[in-house]
Design a protein. Structure first.
Length: 144
């Protein structure tokens, strides 16, 4: 139990929440929701910290919209506040899970990502006669 409490206190530390807010803002700097959060940054982080300490934090509702490039697909976006929480959690637990992931898992990992996944895919295409490329249609909505 002591380890759990230590991890949890690391997640809701103000320094970690501030670092998480900065990471969540990358690429979202000019979005109105990021601006609103940053306009009251200290208040927002303290409120989030209090909710985590009191174990009363509840994620907000996702915003769902459709994009059409490169193909039509539905996107569900977490509220900015929840993005901060996601980063705060990952800041602490990433190192614990990283060594347990298979090598060819590329999403949301340091030194991985879409470009490296494509390079690995091309490597397998050159090396093997058959390669299965697939996409599970509407997978995430089906598990919610």
């Amino acid at each position: 139990m002591k380890t759990y409490n230590n991890l949890f206190s690391q997640i809701y530390s103000f320094e970690n929440l501030l670092h998480a807010a900065r990471k969540a803002r990358l690429g979202k700097r000019f979005q109105h929701y990021a601006g609103r959060f940053y306009a009251n940054l200290e208040y927002e982080l303290i409120a989030l910290q209090n909710e985590l300490q009191q174990k009363s934090y509840q994620p907000g509702e996702y915003r769902t919209f459709t994009i059409f490039e490169p193909k039509q697909r539905m996107i569900s976006a977490a509220p900015f506040r929840d993005r901060v929480m996601h980063h705060a959690l990952c800041n602490v637990i990433d190192s614990l899970f990283e060594k347990k992931f298979i090598f060819d898992s590329y999403a949301n990992r340091k030194n991985k990502g879409a470009h490296k996944a494509v390079l690995r895919y091309q490597h397998f295409c050159r090396k093997n006669k058959y390669v299965l490329k697939c996409d599970l249609r509407k997978y995430f909505p089906s598990i919610g």
